[in-house]
Design a protein around this ligand. Structure first.
Ligand code: MG
Length: 492
C-alpha cells in the first residue's frame, strides 16, 4: 500500500473502476456459461454502458495521474500504479472515439461474416471486412504513435514495450531449431503423430470426475476458484479471491479437456497469488498477455505433459475411464505428447510456434502494406508448406481458421510464443531452486506454486513485462531455453 497521499487519492478514485471491471467480468462469465441463448442483446447493451462509464472514470484521472508522475521518491508500487493508468489514458486520449466506435462496429459485423466464410470455406466473403479492419488498425497505430514499425503500436497494447526488433530476434532462432527437432522426431519416429485414444469416446460424467481429480492434484483452492462448462475453454478473474475457469467436453480425445483445465488453472493461479496489497488497484493482474500466457503454458506443458505428472494422473485415469486399462503409462505419456505437423494452430509443443511465426509475419506485412489482404490465402498456404510441411485442404483450414482477425486483435498472436519462451525460462530457473521432477512425483505442488508466487505472481502488474523478466528471471524473451527444453524432451 502506498504512503503517498497523491497515490492514495488515485487509488480511492480507482475503486469504482475496479467495481465496474468486477461486474463486467461477471457479466462475461455468465454470458459464456449460464445466460439464456436469446439474452445477448440486453447483456451487450449493459456491457457497452459499463464500458463507457469506465472510460469516463479513467479519463477523469488524467490530472491526478500526471501530477503523481512528476513526484519524486515514488516506490515501485506507486510507479506501477501510475504506469498502468498512463497506458490506459494513452489509448483513450490518442485514439478518437469515432475510430473506437467504427472499429467496434466493423468487428461485430466481421465476426459474423467470418463464421459464415469459414463454414463455406470462402475467403472472398470475409475479404472486404478484413480489408476494412486492416485499414482501421493502420489508423489506430498512427494515432497511438510508434517508433520503428507501425506493428509496434499494436503489439504494445498486449505486451508493453514489445517491438518487432524483439520478436525478430526470437523467431529465426526458434524456427531453425524447431525445424531440426521436428525433423528428428519425424525420422526417428520417437513420438507418435497420432494415437488411437484420440478417437476413443468417453463418458462425460466420468470425465468430470477426472477433471475434479486434476484440480485436486494441482491443489487448486476450493473457496476462491470454480470450474464450469462453456463452448470454448477460458479463464476469467473477477478479483483476487475469485478466479474462474471453464472447460468443454467433446466426448472423445480425453486429453483435450484435461489440458484445457490445466492451462486455465495456470491463468487462475496467477491472479490468486498476487500480493493482497494490490487488491482493488490497477496492479491486480498480469503485466502482459505474454506473461499471463507463460503461466498457463508452464502448467499445461512443462508440468502437465511431463512424465512425473503423467505418473500421478495415470491411476486417476485408470479408475475413471475403463478403456485406459488397455494402455500403459508410457503409452499415455506419448499420447499426451504426440507431435504432428498439421495445418491448424491447435498443435503440439514443437510445431505450435511455426503457426505463430506465420501469423506474426503476415500481420506485420499487412500493416506495412507489403502484403495485400487479397494475397493472403496463397501466401498462407505457401508459408504453411514451407514451415510445417503441410498444405491446408481448404481455406477453412487455412487462412480462415482463426477468429482473431475478425475481432481486430492484431498484435496478439506473438504473445502466444512469448508465453512459451517465458515458460521455458521459468522452467530453467525453477530447476535451479528445486527438484522439479521429484516434487511432482511426490504429488506436492506446494514448492512449485510457491516459486511462481514469490518470483512472478506476487508482483502483479507492478513492473513492465521486460522489467519483471529481468528481475525474476534474469533474461528477457530469450528463446534458447525453449529450444533446450524441447531438445531434451524430444531428442533423447
Ligand atoms: Mg491462455
Amino acid at each position: 500500500m502506498s504512503q503517498r497521499p497523491e497515490i492514495r487519492q488515485i487509488l480511492e478514485a480507482y475503486r469504482p473502476i475496479w467495481a465496474l471491471d468486477h461486474a463486467t467480468a461477471l457479466f462475461s462469465w455468465d454470458r459464456e456459461t449460464y445466460m439464456p441463448a436469446d439474452s445477448a442483446k440486453s447483456r451487450g447493451s449493459a456491457q457497452g454502458l459499463l464500458a463507457s462509464m469506465r472510460q469516463q472514470r479513467v479519463v477523469a484521472l488524467t490530472e491526478i495521474v500526471s501530477k503523481a508522475e512528476k513526484l519524486e521518491g515514488l516506490n515501485d508500487f506507486d510507479r506501477g500504479v501510475v504506469r498502468n493508468l498512463k497506458r490506459e489514458l494513452k489509448y483513450f486520449t490518442k485514439v478518437p472515439p469515432e475510430l473506437v466506435e467504427e472499429l467496434q462496429r466493423v468487428r461485430t459485423e466481421a465476426t459474423v461474416v467470418w463464421r459464415e466464410a469459414k463454414k463455406k470455406s470462402d475467403f472472398s466473403l470475409f475479404q472486404p471486412h478484413l480489408e476494412k479492419i486492416v485499414e482501421l488498425k493502420r489508423k489506430e497505430a498512427e494515432k497511438l504513435g510508434y517508433e520503428g514499425h507501425p506493428y509496434n503500436a499494436l503489439m504494445d497494447l498486449y505486451e508493453e514495450g514489445l517491438t518487432t526488433l524483439d520478436v525478430d530476434r526470437i523467431f529465426p532462432l526458434l524456427v531453425s531449431n524447431l525445424k531440426r527437432i521436428l525433423h528428428h522426431i519425424m525420422s526417428s519416429k520417437s513420438f507418435p503423430t497420432n494415437h488411437v485414444l484420440e478417437n476413443v469416446p468417453y463418458d462425460e460424467e466420468s470425465m468430470r470426475r477426472v477433471n475434479q481429480e486434476v484440480l485436486r492434484l494441482l491443489d487448486m483452492p476450493e473457496k476462491t476458484f470454480r470450474m464450469d462448462v462453456s463452448s470454448h475453454p477460458f479463464s476469467i478473474n473477477l478479483s483476487m479471491d475469485d478466479a474462474r475457469i471453464t472447460t468443454t467436453y467433446e466426448g472423445r480425445n480425453f486429453k483435450e479437456t484435461i489440458f484445457s483445465v490445466i492451462h486455465e488453472c495456470g491463468h487462475a493461479l496467477y491472479t490468486l497469488q498476487i500480493d493482497p496489497s494490490m487488491d482493488y488497484t490497477p496492479l491486480a493482474g498480469a503485466p502482459s498477455a505474454g506473461l499471463d500466457e507463460s503461466q498457463s503454458r508452464f502448467l499445461e506443458n512443462f508440468l502437465g505433459r511431463s512424465s512425473p505428472f503423467t505418473n500421478l494422473l495415470y491411476p486417476v485415469l485408470k479408475k475413471n475411464l475403463p478403456f485406459i486399462s488397455e494402455y500403459s503409462e508410457d503409452d499415455i505419456y506419448r499420447y499426451f505428447n504426440l507431435v504432428r505437423p498439421s495445418p491448424t494452430r491447435e498443435a503440439d509443443e514443437v510445431t505450435y510456434n511455426f503457426h505463430i511465426f506465420l501469423r506474426y509475419e503476415l500481420e506485420k506485412k499487412l500493416l506495412s502494406g507489403e502484403v495485400e489482404v487479397s494475397d493472403l490465402p496463397t501466401i498462407w498456404d505457401d508459408m504453411m508448406d514451407e514451415y510445417v510441411g503441410v498444405r491446408p485442404k481448404n481455406m477453412a483450414e487455412g487462412v480462415l481458421q482463426d477468429v482473431h482477425w475478425s475481432w481486430g486483435h492484431f498484435g496478439y498472436f506473438p504473445t502466444y510464443t512469448l508465453g512459451n519462451v517465458i515458460a521455458a525460462t521459468v522452467f530453467n530457473r525453477m530447476k535451479r531452486a528445486l527438484d522439479f521432477q521429484d516434487v511432482i512425483r511426490r504429488g506436492d505442488m506446494g514448492p512449485i506454486k510457491m516459486w511462481l508466487k514469490e518470483n512472478i505472481h506476487k508482483w502483479g502488474a507492478t513492473y513492465s513485462p521486460k522489467e519483471l523478466q529481468t528481475k525474476a528471471l534474469g533474461d528477457v524473451y530469450n528463446p534458447e531455453y525453449l529450444v533446450r527444453y524441447l531438445e531434451e524432451k524430444y531428442q533423447t
